[in-house]
Design a protein around this ligand. Sequence first.
Ligand SMILES: *Cc1c(COP(=O)(O)O)cnc(C)c1O
Length: 393
Amino acid sequence: MDKAYMESVQNALVHTYNPAPIVLDHGEGAYLYDTEGKAYLDFAAGYAVNSLGYGNEEWNQALKSQIDHLAHTSNLYYHTRTKEAAEALKRVSGMDRIFFCNSGGEAIEGALKASRKYAYTKKSGRYEWIAMEESFHGRGFGAVSVTGHKAYQEPFEPLVPGVRFAKYNDLESVKELVTDKTCAIILEPVQGEGGINVATEEFLTGIRRICDENDILMICDEVQCGMGRTGSFFAWQQYGVRPDILTMAKAIGNGFPVGAFALTEKVAECSLNPGDHGTTYGGGPLACAAVAKTVEIYEREHLPEHTAKIGAYLRKQLENLAGRHTCIVSCKGKGLMQGIQLSIPLADVTKKALDRGLLLIGAGSDVIRFVPPLIITEKEVDELIRILDEILE
Ligand SMILES: *Cc1c(COP(=O)(O)O)cnc(C)c1O
């Protein structure tokens, strides 16, 4: 049945993906199950999305109950779920104002527009963005334009003008690109798709300083590294800086499609006004119910603290593993966003892992990334290591 099913799917969809040859049916905790009942330990979490794992009864119930109340209204009217969700994101981020959208890419589009509108309001004549090499910000034209990777850009050129690329973790390369036309600097505090690259303290605080000295806005893209993944709600909180604009998505809805960008009051005052930006679905009752319940569970269960602890355990086990396998070139990451850089092809490793019931994803050209549900236990980390020990040279 599954082979025929997968063929039909391939024939019905645009060929933008190469899915692994399994058909998933349901999940429980950190495990997913396919239609044949085979279990998979999930170190991908749907690209760092399913932080509470699968089958969280409380979260499921919150969504079911919201469906029975109200699913969609548009932003023409208030509804009863916005307050909880917006205040929850304000509380955990320390930012001042939230705009809800439906994905990470949309959050980036809104953040870029907000930064240009800020410059427009201030009549500063600034419009350029500085972005980072090896970054990833999504698939829309604005997001692709600030994504520092030729493969994502070239087929779609010409892109949005006014973008310059600096080297990640090289503050001098950023300084060289700053002009009186720069309106914002955009970066991921931990690069995900680019290969799990962690910003140095000098880099992040240095960018904050450049922004402060030149009235340039700092945009932190925490679509992947945010929402507890690195051991604090947002990664920049560990650096003692605050961005002017923050983008979020992936884990904030624990699998319900929702994104958001947040502004400080300083930006909000001089930026988007009614008519400047919008979305039909964004901030709907279901998305807000998902965000509010997800944050509530995170706070009650102290999930960021758990992540820091279990992330340190994972890192230690990966470093031990590197001592036993010469194909591991380096270990890198923060919290439960870890990577191992390999000297062997990634596809061989992910395929062998799949056969043994372990879901892994690559990052960049030579990194296996580990972004499991944040509820993962030491026992499940041990299981990961046991399987990696078997399949690595
Ligand atoms: C995934 C990702 C995006 C894009 O999010 P989508 O929801 O896929 O549009 C943007 N930025 C970063 C850092 C991401 O990891």
